[in-house]
Design a protein around this ligand. Structure first.
Ligand SMILES: [Mn+2]
Length: 326
C-alpha cells in the first residue's frame, strides 16, 4: 500500500520522502500534484505549457516540460529532507509550499484555444495568490502568460527577458515564438522591458531600432560582459514587480545545446544565476517562465538539468527576498 498521506495535497518541499531520483512519479522535483482547490495553499505552482506551434525553425519544445520534470528528479535525491545548498550554507526554498499543477491542455490544431487555455491556467494561479512558474514550450507562450498578469490582482510587472533573440520580430507571424516581446509592448502587458543576453544575426535592424524607440532596454552579451550586473540593475526599477522570462538559448550552446535556435557566444550558468539572485533582491519577482528547452537536441540531459536547477535557484531567489509573504 502507498502512504495515504502522500495524497493529501500540497506539502512542504520537497514532498515524497525517501526515494531514489529515478523512482516514483515524475512531477517536478517529485512534488505533489496541485489541484485547483489547493492552489491557494501554495507559494509556487509549477505549470507545464507543452506548446511549440510558434516555432520558426526546429520544433520540439512541446516536450520541454516533461524533460525538465524528469531531469529535476536529480534534486529530489534527499526526498523529504531538504534542499541544502552547500555553497550557500543553507537550505533553499525552506518552508516554501510548492506543487506541480501539470500541463495546460493544448489543442495543437487550434492556437487561439491553446493560448486562451494558457491564460486561464495562469489566471487561476494568480487569483489564488500563488506564483506561477511556467515551463515551456516555445517562447510564444510568454505573451499568453503576461495577459493573465496584466489583468491583476498583482500589479503590472516590469519584464526582464533573458534571451539570445529580441523576440520583437515583425517578419514572423503574430503568434510566433519570435514575437512575444513585441506583443507585450504593443498590448501594454508590462510596464517596461529589460532584455539581457541579446546577440547573433537574427534580429533585424528595423526591429532593433523600433524596440529601442519604444523603451526596450537591450543589453547585449557584449555589454553585459563589459558592465556586469550593474547594467541590469540600472534598468530594472528598484522594488518594482518583476516578471522573469528565461529563454534557455541565452546560455551558450556548449552548456545548453537542447534548444531550437542555438547561438554561439552565450552566457554561463554562474553568470545567469548570480544575475538572477541580484535582480530578485533588487525587484520583486511575481512570475517566472523558462522556455525553449527542446530535448531531442539535448545531450546527456545537459539542458534539461540546467533548466531544472535554474528554476530552483530562481524560485529560491524570489522566496529569500520575501516577495511571497501573504
Ligand atoms: Mn525567445
Amino acid at each position: 500500500m502507498s502512504d495515504p498521506s502522500a495524497n493529501e495535497g500540497p506539502t512542504v518541499l520537497p514532498g515524497h520522502p525517501g526515494s531514489m531520483p529515478y523512482v516514483g512519479i515524475a512531477t517536478f522535483l517529485k512534488l505533489p500534484v496541485a489541484t485547483v482547490a489547493s492552489l491557494s495553499e501554495l507559494d509556487f505552482v509549477i505549470l507545464g505549457i507543452p506548446y511549440d506551434q510558434g516555432t520558426s525553425n526546429r520544433p520540439g519544445a512541446r516536450f520541454g516540460p516533461r524533460a525538465v520534470r524528469d531531469a529535476s528528479a536529480l534534486y529530489s535525491y534527499e526526498g523529504g529532507v531538504e534542499l541544502f545548498d552547500v555553497e550557500l550554507g543553507r537550505s533553499i526554498l525552506e518552508g516554501a509550499r510548492v506543487a506541480d499543477f501539470g500541463d495546460v491542455p493544448i489543442d495543437p490544431s487550434d492556437g487561439d484555444s491553446a493560448r486562451a487555455a494558457m491564460t486561464d491556467a495562469v489566471r487561476a494561479i494568480l487569483q489564488a495568490g500563488a506564483m506561477p512558474v511556467c515551463i515551456g514550450g516555445d517562447h510564444s507562450v510568454t505573451s499568453s502568460i503576461l495577459r493573465a498578469f496584466a489583468e491583476g490582482p498583482t500589479p503590472k510587472p516590469h519584464l526582464l527577458h533573458l534571451d539570445t533573440h529580441m523576440d520583437f520580430d515583425s517578419y514572423l507571424p503574430r503568434h510566433a515564438h519570435g514575437t512575444p516581446i513585441r506583443l507585450a509592448v504593443e498590448e501594454e502587458l508590462v510596464t517596461g522591458v529589460t532584455q539581457l543576453g541579446i546577440r547573433g544575426l537574427n534580429s533585424g535592424r528595423a526591429d532593433w531600432e523600433e524596440a529601442r524607440s519604444r523603451g526596450v532596454n537591450v543589453i547585449t552579451c557584449s555589454r553585459f560582459r563589459a558592465e556586469g550586473i550593474a547594467a541590469v540593475l540600472g534598468s530594472v526599477p528598484a522594488d518594482a514587480p518583476l516578471y522573469l522570462s528565461i529563454d534557455i538559448d541565452v546560455f551558450d550552446p556548449s552548456v545548453a545545446p537542447g534548444t531550437g535556435t542555438p547561438e554561439p557566444g552565450g552566457l554561463g550558468y554562474i553568470e545567469i544565476r548570480e544575475l538572477i539572485r541580484a535582480v530578485a533582491a533588487h525587484g520583486r519577482v511575481q512570475g517566472i517562465d523558462l522556455v525553449e528547452v527542446s530535448p531531442q537536441y539535448d545531450h546527456a540531459q545537459l539542458t534539461s538539468t540546467l533548466a531544472a536547477r535554474l528554476l530552483l535557484d530562481t524560485m529560491d531567489a524570489a522566496w529569500s527576498r520575501g516577495t511571497r509573504s501573504r
